[in-house]
Design a protein around this ligand. Structure first.
Ligand SMILES: Cc1cc2nc3c(=O)[nH]c(=O)nc-3n(C[C@H](O)[C@H](O)[C@H](O)COP(=O)(O)O)c2cc1C
Length: 189
């Protein structure tokens, strides 16, 4: 699959089959994260691979009760990769200038993982809704780490089509004219 096909074929997958994601595929997905670019190549990231169903089931409980619906699908997922950064490894000078590069770095690495997973026929859903302090307790994450996002992964419950993984219809996107300027803000070609 070329990268454009993976980009177009990817969808947020929230329903998974009971099939476990094989260890070698997990390593391939993590390898895609490892090779991602990072600010001054600091690689301030750490990824916690959660494949223990008893831990996965508790992840939605880290968010406030009334909002669990947003993330309840995680309970049935076979795999969650928690993207973190180490406070000790962030780019101090960049931070002084107001650049939170470590957040960008982890996000790029996690995007690599979504595309690698897509290539392998594995569905993924980025999750930004989690309760960090409860999640940290659940994962026994040392205090020097902060969580950036969760990637929920698994083989899709639905059959894939030529158009999309799991046959999920594309969510709408704004047209390029609305999101791009040339040379100066608001200028068009
Ligand atoms: C930073 C971020 C946070 C997200 N958080 C959640 C979430 O908490 N729960 C969820 O079901 N989907 C979440 N999503 C998935 C988005 O809803 C999804 O990417 C968007 O609707 C576009 O759909 P698509 O990924 O199928 O193209 C998140 C995506 C991103 C990038």
């Amino acid at each position: 699959m070329d990268v454009f096909k993976a980009i177009k074929w990817r969808r947020s997958v929230r329903r998974f089959s009971s099939q476990k994601v094989e260890r070698d595929k997990i390593i391939q997905i993590l390898e895609a994260a490892r090779l991602a670019p990072s600010s001054s190549n600091r690689q301030a990231w750490h990824f916690v691979v959660v494949d223990d169903p008893s831990i996965i089931k508790q992840i939605p409980d880290t968010v406030p009760t009334g909002t669990r619906r947003i993330v309840s699908f995680i309970k049935e997922a076979p795999l969650v990769i928690v993207g973190c950064y180490s406070k000790a490894l962030t780019h101090y000078v960049a931070q002084l200038a107001g650049h939170e590069n470590h957040l960008v770095d982890v996000s790029i690495a996690m995007t690599h993982m979504t595309l690698a997973a897509t290539e392998l026929g594995i569905g993924s859903c980025w999750v930004g809704w989690y309760g960090e302090s409860k999640l940290r307790t659940l994962l026994e994450l040392p205090r020097k780490f902060r969580v950036v996002a969760l990637l929920v992964l698994g083989y899709p419950a639905e059959r894939s089509t030529k158009e999309a993984i799991a046959g999920i219809p594309a969510r709408p996107r704004k047209p390029l004219e609305e999101i791009v300027s040339y040379n100066k803000f608001g200028e068009r070609y």
